[in-house]
Design a protein. Structure first.
Length: 221
């Protein structure tokens, strides 16, 4: 079926690994937490959690790390650690701030769609001009996290736009699956984990150098 590109109704941004390079904060916190409670952890396990719903990650850490903590407790302790790190320094991804400013200048609506909880997102949002993200959807505000489509569906619904006319920016398979299932076209900028190709996925090595005019538009079938 012929494909064409539509107008851009909104850009829906993932956060960890896409807007900010906070994955190392999470990984370091996972290793420290598991070690503190007498378990064992690995880089492979850590990479399996990239982009996941936090409670799902808590369950995975309990099972594979071998620690006797409830998943919700694991999540809260990880959040304490990574929030303390990000309050000291926000590690922006190359080109992210410039692209946000460019979209803002052209009146393109933006939403943040992250599986991190609001208390972790807030210190990052405070570094941005007010209203940069018209809508913020966090992992503690949805019943089903990525890779389920709910987070992206919710962002589009609150914006009042058709997901098929939006571009999601993601760095993981989990996030890309969520956005695709919601109907978004996905701009994939791989970071810590490889991402598979897909019919609604457009790949870029970096956000650096992208502008309003060069940003991919949603693909319509």
């Amino acid at each position: 079926m012929r494909r064409h590109r539509s107008d851009l109704a909104a850009v829906l941004w993932d956060m960890d690994g896409t807007l900010v390079d906070t994955e190392p904060y999470w990984v370091e916190s996972e290793f420290a937490l598991v070690e503190e409670y007498g378990g064992s952890w690995s880089q492979e396990h850590a990479m399996n959690l990239v982009g996941n719903d936090l409670l799902d990650s808590g369950r995975y850490i309990r099972e594979h790390g071998g620690i006797d903590l409830e998943p919700a407790d694991i999540v809260e302790q990880l959040l304490d650690r990574v929030t303390a790190r990000v309050e000291k320094e926000v590690p922006w991804r190359p080109g992210a701030l410039e692209l946000l400013a460019e979209l803002r200048a052209h009146g393109v609506r933006c939403a943040l769609v992250t599986m991190s909880y609001r208390r972790f997102a807030d210190p990052i949002l405070r570094h941005l001009p007010e209203g940069t993200f018209e809508v913020v959807v966090t992992g503690d505000a949805v019943s089903q996290g990525k890779p389920h489509p709910e987070p992206y569906q919710k962002a589009a619904a609150v914006l009042g736009v058709d997901p098929g006319h939006t571009l999601a920016i993601e760095d993981s398979n989990t996030g890309a699956r969520s956005a695709e299932a919601a109907g978004c076209t996905v701009l994939v900028v791989p970071n810590h984990v490889p991402v598979l190709p897909g019919d609604r996925r457009i790949f870029a090595p970096t956000l650096a150098g992208l502008s309003f005019s060069t940003l991919p538009r949603p693909i319509q079938h």
